[in-house]
Design a protein around this ligand. Structure first.
Ligand SMILES: [Zn+2]
Ligand SMILES: [Zn+2]
Length: 136
């Protein structure tokens, strides 16, 4: 039986469901993520095509440090940061792990952009720390 992972925003208007593996689960500490998520950084998991989404999103486009054009997705009603679509990776969508219904589905592997982290961010969880982010 295929494992199904579900999630959604705070108000419940936006929902997603996927049978994809959760790829490259990580935290990002770049300045863009701090601003976009209004937090110490952000967590992300990448999922592939076998994902359905429902609900209205508000979209904000920007170009990240990596030069990647991104569409940041927020619930159109409550504003929960849902994740992003990255032009360079068609067929995938990135979700914020805080939106997972079952948080244990997120098993982070690394911290990205540690070179840009805020001075008040302490990383002592033993995960791999990357100065930037992996290629590709
Ligand atoms: Zn919502
Ligand atoms: Zn980032």
């Amino acid at each position: 039986m295929e494992k199904k992972i579900t999630g959604g925003c705070h108000c419940g208007q936006f929902r997603y469901e996927t049978t994809s593996e959760l790829i490259a689960p990580h935290y990002c500490h770049c300045a863009d993520c701090r601003k976009l998520y209004g937090a110490v950084g952000a967590g992300f998991v990448v999922v592939e095509e076998q994902t359905t989404i429902s609900g209205e999103v508000s979209v904000y486009e920007s170009e990240g440090d990596s030069g990647n054009r991104k569409q940041h997705l927020f619930c159109g009603v409550c504003g929960t940061p849902i994740g992003e679509r990255v032009d360079a990776y068609p067929g995938t969508i990135v979700f914020t792990p805080g939106t997972l219904d079952e948080p244990t589905a997120f098993v982070p592997e690394a911290h990205f952009w540690v070179s840009r982290k805020a001075p008040w961010t302490r990383l002592d969880d033993g995960l791999t720390q990357l100065e930037t982010q992996p290629e590709g």
